[in-house]
Design a protein around this ligand. Sequence first.
Ligand code: PLP
Length: 358
Amino acid sequence: AFNFSAGPATLPEVVLRQAQAEMLEFGDAGASIVEMSHRGPEFIAVASQAEADLRQLLSIPEDYAVLFTAGGATTIQALLPLNFAAPGQRADYVVTGHWGKTAIKQASHCIDARVAASGEADGFTSIPAREGWQLGADAAYVHITDNETIHGVQFAAAPETGDVPLFADFSSSIASAPLDVRKYGLIYAGAQKNLGPVGISVVIVRRDLLQRPGQPRADIFNYASLAARDSMLNTPPTWNWYLLGLTVRWMLEQGGVEHFAALNARKAAAVYQAIDGSGGFYRNAVDPAVRSVMNIPFFLPDDTLNARFVAQAKAAGLLALKGHKAVGGIRASLYNAMPLAGAQALAAFMADFQQHNG
Ligand code: PLP
């Protein structure tokens, strides 16, 4: 079966099989990886290899710290203002869908979080032109969501924000294609789409930004403290970190982000062609210039067909295609672990379904 879930998403089968074996005994350690101390040599080796591999995969420069954090991307959204903005300071949010709204909601209680631009008026089907963004030179940061998982809207390139650092939520697009880390002050992602299992997240942050005083906060919420202690202020989610490491290694072995960019483009093209070539039976409302490569929401001519589509797809081995309730319709998520054959099988199913229901 092919799993089109928006997250938690499919992990590569080889990763799951290796994890299955090492769940019982890690190497010749006589214990499972989940039973080992996070301060012991075996786990330290796993953790540092995962960081080294992630640095290689994403070409992360040395002047950026990589943090592995417990909690999800939403937790990071709440911690960004505490770590990088003074109390009441302005920060600018470009809202291009549901997750941009979540980000600003998490921040507004302690800073002056402004909507610098929003795609809400057109139902989040486009990204407002950069010229129209209301940015303040005194903002602590500009926040964007690289890929909106629910609305299927993705930035084609990192926008320029001058001297104000760009912070980006890459939860559903990290490692899907090459990116220039230097264009960003901070990149964050929950792991559960392209990087591994839910329960661990990654923050890639320019080290000079860690010097910002931020706001009064417990040490456990302090990213500078976390960086100084290699993300081990307390017991980290070791199993998730280990699985993330296996997944990142698998991506390197497959050919890295260049390989996935080419593969993902072919997968997305197969599904968008099935939509665009259906003579209007299937519809995707997103501006083609900013259509997501990872998450493709689309609609059938009549909402009453949704349940039949999802059930028949499931029977054909195409799982989790129900659209998010905020948008409705159908959604196909095509993360890195989805093979081309999965996208092609979906496209063939769509043609068949149209023939019987059109
Ligand atoms: N940001 C984006 C782009 C997401 O897709 C998600 C979850 O799907 C989140 C944030 C929230 O992540 P979490 O559930 O890890 O808090």
